[in-house]
Design a protein around this ligand. Structure first.
Ligand code: FES
Ligand code: FES
Length: 344
């Protein structure tokens, strides 16, 4: 087992070589940035869905940063991962470290096991790095942003929605293109064009604005709901290029050139989408807050064609939580559409 660090790591410290969870050594990754994320392990119904999201975000890398996850739970005391957590001084905590291509710590954040490293917190921290040269730390801002966005998703996985403190996340602010005038337009906004429900929409946004906030706060498409803002509840589900996407965990700028569909874009004029109609027919909601996300997920699930049994549907919909527990009716609605309408 490696020796523990004698003092907390500081920005600018050279990180000594160490074993990684996959059995490789940190020194073998020199020449490319490494993002090291620590989180306690726990079961969460949204885990599968968010892992898929995490993989999807990582695909956006334009420079090969290496992302490494490590568990910090007590029962991993004697394996490489907990040893690594101890070396970094984050046993039992959530933490994120960015190590540049020559092994220097460029940025870090750590919180207790019951606290949240929120997406907004990470992105705000990243904004402060924007002033550095484009390739500071050997990683482009875009790659770093993508990786840390993914990391934020991973770091929030084990929390239950009951633990999430909405006050910890301050909604990112979308800036309108035409009003208000300066100084808002000069506060680091950039032109962003999104294609939403078949229409091009031009916005002027800060790069840190999540797709969810762009949809709700600027485009006023309020059907997409903000539940947890942490990728845990599924209320913000939209379709991006036909696939499910948690809009709170992706930046608006990352979705330029993609087809975005919200709940407002599902119906054809006065004709509801078959899944919308089935939800109504089967009373698949009570308060309705989770319903847009449930429906967007259900439509994608049916298109995917891989969930046929109740158990498979439950698993495939496990990223969409319903506080009113309308689950049996939701499953009934999905099965009704699966059985009667294949062309959804
Ligand atoms: Fe809860 Fe996005 S997953 S708001
Ligand atoms: Fe109320 Fe799902 S219907 S949260």
């Amino acid at each position: 087992m490696s020796a523990l660090l004698s003092a907390p790591l500081q920005i600018g410290d050279v990180i000594a070589d160490c074993s990684l969870p996959d059995g490789s050594r940190l020194s073998q990754l020199r020449g490319r940035p490494v993002i090291l994320a620590f989180a306690p392990e726990a079961w969460n119904p949204a885990h599968t869905y968010q892992s898929e999201l995490f993989a999807q975000i990582l695909k956006d890398f334009d420079e090969g940063a290496t992302f490494i996850e490590a568990c910090t739970d007590d029962w991993h005391n004697f394996d490489t991962e907990s040893d690594l957590a101890a070396r970094f001084g984050v046993s039992g905590k959530r933490a994120l470290f960015l190590i540049d291509e020559v092994g220097i710590l460029r940025w870090k954040i750590e919180v207790g096991s019951n606290e949240i490293i929120s997406l907004g917190e990470v992105i705000t921290a990243l904004e402060t790095l924007k002033a550095k040269p484009q390739n500071a730390g050997g990683i482009s801002r875009r790659a770093f942003l993508s990786a840390s966005l993914a990391a934020a998703a991973v770091l929030s996985l084990p929390l239950s929605s009951a633990q999430a403190d909405p006050q910890m996340l301050k909604p990112a602010v979308a800036r309108e293109q035409t009003a208000p005038p300066a100084p808002y337009e000069t506060a680091g906004t950039i032109p962003v064009t999104l294609r939403v429900n078949g229409q091009p929409r031009k916005l002027q946004l800060e790069p840190r604005v999540a797709l969810l906030d762009a949809l709700r706060e600027y485009l006023h498409l309020m059907g997409t709901k903000k539940g947890c803002d942490h990728g845990q509840c599924g209320a913000c589900t939209v379709h991006v290029n036909g696939e499910r996407q948690l809009s709170c965990l992706t930046l608006a700028v990352m979705n330029q050139g993609k087809e975005i569909t919200t709940i407002e874009g599902l119906a054809s004029g006065e004709n509801l989408h078959p899944v919308q109609a089935a939800f109504i027919k089967n009373d698949a909601f009570q308060c309705g807050y989770c319903t847009p996300g449930q429906i967007m997920s259900a439509v994608a699930l049916i298109k995917e064609g891989r969930a046929r049994t109740d158990a498979e549907i439950r698993e495939a919909m496990s990223g969409n939580l319903c506080r009113c527990a309308a689950y049996p009716n939701i499953i009934a609605a999905i099965k009704e559409v699966q059985g009667g309408v294949r062309a959804v």
